[in-house]
Design a protein around this ligand. Structure first.
Ligand code: 5GP
Length: 114
């Protein structure tokens, strides 16, 4: 049995996290090393390693997660804007092999990203 990654352990409540939203499809919780005043990770509950592994049948799940992000941004008062990031693969800096969106807000962001 392969070792569980850290996000699967958060889903299974084996390690603590500050959870902001949970439903049958996804979980949203505060990033342990925030890069902005608001930094939340939104992950699917089912194991999906990265966007590169997503298939056509994952479209509804991905759309649902973006809707959750929009609702969270509203709830957390990010009216002046926010950034949504999904790192896919090593060149993008993906460090946990469980697909996740970053929701970042509470400051302004530069472009292009580093
Ligand atoms: P990535 O670099 O893969 O796009 O993002 C992974 C994110 O997971 C990083 O921002 C990192 O701070 C966060 N992270 C890693 N381990 C933990 C953890 O144990 N708890 C929480 N809440 N976030 C974590």
């Amino acid at each position: 049995m392969p070792e569980k990654n850290v996000f699967q352990r958060i889903i299974d409540r084996e390690i603590p996290a500050t959870i902001e939203h949970e439903d049958e499809q996804c979980l949203a919780f505060r990033d342990i090393a925030p890069q902005a005043p608001t930094h939340i990770l939104v992950i699917p509950k089912r194991p999906l390693r990265s966007l590169a592994d997503a298939a056509a049948e994952d479209a509804a799940l991905l759309g649902h997660m973006l809707t959750v992000i929009r609702t969270l941004a509203e709830k957390l008062g990010l009216q002046t804007g926010y950034r949504v990031v999904l790192n896919c693969g090593p060149d993008a800096g993906q460090s946990v092999d469980h697909l996740h969106f970053h929701l970042l807000g509470g400051r302004s962001f530069g472009w292009p990203p580093g």
